[in-house]
Ligand binder design. Structure first.
Ligand SMILES: [Zn+2]
Ligand SMILES: [Zn+2]
Length: 265
């Protein structure tokens, strides 16, 4: 039975995704309880700050779910290769299936992926032609959420007035310092990690080079005629409304129907 979503059976990947979900859950639970709600009660922050935190948290987890369960561009077993593209296809020596050039065989997923960028253990999925934009969306919302968390952690100690009424019997206030230190460490790692990743991914899209090609110094990638950045952006984000790439429920329309004919068999 074919599942309506893509699911990679890899226990190591499940552990990595579990860790990311733990970090998300930790901050989504403790930051409002420790900072936002008490500060709202004492008039230090508005209700909009609480709503904004929960909204960025929701967008972050939706983009994680979508990037993890989206088909990255798996090649079907018997693809229909358009006559005009015959010379653009080659045989994979691992799965013995035909694939377009610039596809790559992922040993963790066990199949070939069109224009594979890399396999990301943190989403337990490949990043390829069809979910690259969802991966960028996840990087973006993780930066927003971790950046917001860091601002709140900083303001709690160095900017806002001390809280007047704290219920010291509550677990969160008894262990406030340790809980917020953990949150700050997670926030720093994720924020700077995601900033670097997001920037390198954008450079990769502009220069039309995947992470695998960069790492292997693929000669083919270097000798290819460079496409204009507008075209490479359309290939990643789709042809319609690509300026709204960050909208979580948007559907991507591929640049060319022929790119996808292989998957509709
Ligand atoms: Zn293969
Ligand atoms: Zn993979």
């Amino acid at each position: 039975m074919r599942l309506p979503f893509h699911f990679v059976v890899d226990p190591q990947g499940w552990i990595c995704v579990g860790l990311i979900v733990f970090i998300w859950l930790y901050n989504t639970l403790f930051i409002p309880k420790l900072i936002l709600f008490p500060r709202f009660e004492e008039g230090h922050v508005s209700a909009a700050a609480i709503w904004a935190y929960y909204l960025s948290s929701l967008l972050c987890v939706i983009s994680l779910l979508r990037a993890s369960t989206a088909d990255p561009g798996k090649l079907p077993e018997s693809p229909k290769i358009p006559l005009s593209e015959r010379d653009q296809w080659e045989l994979c020596n691992k799965c013995n299936l035909m694939r377009p050039k610039r596809s790559h065989h992922c040993s963790r997923c066990g199949h070939c992926v069109r224009k594979m960028d890399h396999h990301c253990p943190w989403i337990n999925n490949c990043v390829g032609e069809d979910n690259h934009w969802l991966f960028l969306q996840l990087c973006f919302y993780t930066q927003v959420l971790s950046g917001y968390t860091l601002v709140l952690d900083f303001c709690h100690y160095y900017y806002f007035l001390p809280l007047r009424s704290k219920n010291w019997d509550l677990f969160v206030f008894k262990h406030e310092l340790a809980l917020l230190r953990m949150s700050t460490i997670m926030g720093l790692l994720l924020f700077f990690g995601m900033c670097g990743l997001f920037y390198s991914q954008l450079v990769g899209i502009i220069t039309d080079t995947t992470t695998i090609e960069k790492m292997s110094n693929c000669c083919e990638g270097i000798s290819r005629a460079r496409k204009p950045w507008q075209q490479t952006f359309s290939e990643v984000f789709g042809t319609r409304w690509k300026i709204l790439w960050f909208v979580p429920f948007r559907q991507r329309r591929p640049l060319s129907a022929s790119n996808h004919c292989a998957s509709h068999v």
